[in-house]
Design a protein. Structure first.
Length: 300
């Protein structure tokens, strides 16, 4: 199995980056990832304003997928996520949804043991390892790894876990996939601008698929979650709903009006994150409304 070290990493998704590895369709590969701070915060004495933000959100890769052409829809399967024995949560004035109430920078090293992240010695939170950054080289100009978009990127959605898959469209030959920003656990919204940021390893593979959507989406047990990113939450939700209506229209052979009615009563809307340069909404179409071939490789 090909393994890519965390030292082979980028801070922007771009077709200009030479691939650091190449794998075939269906071939499992492993990427080692640093935490989002690049391992700079090893002590609670190190504060976020003091670190080199040029090393922020480094994503391991890019990995070229042989057999993928520009315009192909692909499914990136997440086979496993292994996390380190400690993570970090940094607070800083202005960071997060309530950042105006943070008056001084503060760093917390968070031990991870026994299936829990220990926010304090008396505050264990069950871990739910997830991927914050996963995507492909975008069609046009480079996109910083802190940004989400149609290419994937910094989606920060808690459903992107082991056993799930990210479905999106390759803009270039080989897709050029990169991954990083693992969290031991993160809530919807990523309220404080942080999950339990952590280093680790991710095992992935890629398949070509037939898919009508244009936005990235996570396939998981509950259904297909369309991920829409925009400057405001209202706009992100609108984009996600529009994509969901189009998918139901195509999958069910309905008129747009009937797809609109149907989507209005079956989909569920949640917030993935509200702290990145663009916010991300998650619009989930339940599995029973998805085409069977979307789950053809998943045991019943």
């Amino acid at each position: 199995m090909i393994r890519v070290p965390a030292t082979s990493a980028i801070t922007a998704f771009s077709a200009e980056h030479a691939p650091v590895a190449e794998v075939g369709l269906g071939e499992i590969f492993e990427c080692e990832t640093a935490d989002c701070y690049g391992g700079q915060m090893r002590s609670e004495a190190v504060l976020r304003p003091q670190i080199d933000m040029a090393r922020f959100n480094r994503a391991t890769g890019p990995v070229r997928i042989a057999g993928v052409q520009a315009g192909d829809a692909i499914r990136i399967d997440v086979h496993a996520i292994e996390i380190a024995d400690h993570g970090v949560m940094a607070l800083s004035p202005g960071l997060g949804v309530l950042g105006e109430r943070v008056f001084r920078a503060d760093t917390r090293i968070v031990p991870v043991s026994g299936g829990h992240a220990w926010i304090t010695p008396g505050t264990p939170v069950p871990v739910a390892p997830m991927i914050g950054v996963l995507g492909v080289a975008p069609e046009g100009a480079a996109v910083g790894s802190s940004w989400p978009g149609a290419h994937g990127g910094n989606l920060d959605t808690r459903v992107l876990q082991a056993g799930s898959s990210l479905v999106l469209r390759a803009a270039h030959v080989g897709a050029l996939i990169a991954v990083g920003d693992l969290h031991a656990v993160q809530g919807d919204g990523e309220l404080g601008g942080t999950g339990v940021e952590i280093a680790g390893r991710v095992r992935l593979s890629v398949e070509r698929v037939t898919y009508a959507g244009r936005l990235p989406a996570v396939r998981h047990d509950v259904g297909l979650s369309v991920l829409a990113s925009a400057e405001t939450l209202d706009e992100a939700v609108r984009l996600g709903f529009s994509e969901a209506v189009s998918l139901i229209e195509a999958w069910r052979g309905l008129s747009w009006e009937d797809a609109y009615r149907t989507t209005s009563v079956i989909v569920h809307t949640e917030v993935s994150q509200m702290v990145n340069p663009l916010v991300t909404a998650r619009v989930t179409i339940p599995r029973e409304w998805c085409p069977a071939d979307l789950y053809a490789d998943v045991p019943q």
